[in-house]
Design a binder for this molecule. Structure first.
Ligand SMILES: [Zn+2]
Length: 135
């Protein structure tokens, strides 16, 4: 049963691509360059740190940017842009369009982000192979 539900969730990632392509106007969340066909649905707070699909925790990124980010938390600048994009500007749209597929609870996504950055002891990913230090 778990695997069955998990499989359904994976399929609904196509819906995430559609919604976030609109929100991000076809640009990669991290490098802001145009997304072509190599698009990855990225868990902003990495799946390895919080293995749940929350509607507001997604962004779209190039497969290459997603691959460089790995399981690192994004820089504080990315964090601010994620809050602006997914919570301040598009909280309702994300909830409306994705609630049938994923848990959409912006307050919970914010709590998870706050928690993840609080307990993080590692460096923060900026882009490519570059990182910023944690204060
Ligand atoms: Zn990119």
């Amino acid at each position: 049963m778990e695997n069955f539900l998990f499989g359904l969730q994976r399929k609904s990632l196509n819906k995430v691509r559609e919604v976030y392509r609109d929100i991000q106007q076809g640009q990669c969340f991290y490098c802001r360059k145009s997304l072509q066909d190599e698009v990855a649905v990225d868990h902003f707070i990495p799946w390895a740190r919080y293995p749940n699909d929350l509607g507001h925790n997604f962004v779209l990124a190039h497969t290459s940017c997603n691959g460089r980010k790995k399981d690192y938390l994004p820089s504080l600048e990315h964090l601010e842009r994620w809050k602006t994009q997914n919570i301040e500007l598009h909280e309702d749209e994300i909830s409306e369009r994705l609630a049938a597929y994923f848990l959409c609870d912006a307050a919970r996504s914010l709590s998870v982000a706050d928690w993840a950055y609080k307990v993080n002891a590692g460096k923060l990913w900026v882009k490519g192979g570059s990182f910023s230090a944690v204060d």
